[in-house]
Design a protein around this ligand. Structure first.
Ligand code: NAD
Length: 245
């Protein structure tokens, strides 16, 4: 893959082996909550305390989980192939802690909170901001309530223009740990394929959009990805050597 423009899209499945529960593996429930109740603006308006407690528990969990070999394998791919653009649907920071840089969090992040009035994000992981009480911002002269800094269903994912630009200009598009149900992320593989990219999947099971992948690797990402990345790098080293000869 060296020298190729690679785009990688990850989903909740890549963090499953770190102990972070995925979204849909449990009949449309996320940690025993209906998705509509905890991951929509309507859910927040109807019961902000419930949604707040849900995300505060997810935020506290970040202090207890560690990146797994799949996160580290993608960091290695990025370090060996500079033109690798890593997009994640995940709100955890396990890619960064696994060594990745410039991670594009299209659905926001747990480490930050967003002022409901100014829309500004603040890194708020100190102990006082991890309890069940609401947190207020430091950006307004009268501090206002903050909300989870995540993109809920019905809200616009972040940086879609940059994402579409990278996807429509890549040579290889890799998806890891995503069910292919959540749009627009699930539609990116089709866009990549239409643009002529080679499309590769690593997932525990066949996702909803499996027909758009040229290469399908079914199994746990932590088992499969380290060897796959090594083989991709080995092939590209061999190709580079052949060209030099
Ligand atoms: P999803 O839960 O809909 O799908 C996860 C996919 O990963 C499934 O197809 C499952 O079979 C697969 N999977 C499970 N364990 C795996 C493993 N060990 N290796 C490889 N694949 C595995 O997740 P999604 O497609 O990312 O969409 C759900 C939404 O949920 C995203 O928008 C995301 O923001 C949010 N979410 C994020 C986190 C997180 O940040 N870690 C966790 C839960 C949900």
């Amino acid at each position: 893959m060296r020298g190729k423009r690679v785009v990688v899209l990850t989903g909740a499945g890549i963090s499953a082996e770190s102990g972070v529960r995925t979204f849909r593996d449990n009949g449309g429930l996320w940690e025993n909550h209906r998705i509509e109740d905890v991951a929509t603006p309507e859910g927040w308006a109807a019961d902000p305390e419930k949604v707040w407690r849900f995300y505060q528990a997810r935020r506290r969990q970040m202090n207890e989980v560690e990146p797994n070999p799949a996160h580290r394998a993608l960091a290695r791919l990025q370090s060996e192939n500079e033109s690798t653009f890593l997009i994640t649907q995940n709100v955890d920071d396990l890619h960064e802690r696994g060594g990745s840089e410039n991670v594009h969090h299209m659905h926001g992040q747990l480490l930050t909170l967003r002022c409901e009035v100014s829309g500004r994000s603040e890194h708020r992981m100190e102990a006082a901001s991890l309890g069940d009480e609401f947190v207020t911002c430091t950006c307004c002269s009268t501090p206002h309530r903050m909300r989870p800094d995540v993109v809920w269903f019905g809200e616009m994912p972040l940086g879609m223009e940059r994402i579409y630009d990278a996807v429509s200009n890549c040579d290889v598009f890799v998806v890891v740990g995503s069910s292919g149900h959540v749009y627009p992320a699930a539609g990116l593989v089709e866009a990549a394929k239409q643009a002529g990219a080679q499309t590769i999947l690593v997932n525990a099971e066949a996702p909803a959009n499996v027909e758009f992948f040229d290469e399908v690797h079914l199994g746990a990402a932590g088992n499969l990805l380290p060897d796959l990345v090594e083989s991709w790098l080995k092939t590209s080293r061999r190709n580079a050597n052949d060209q030099e000869c």
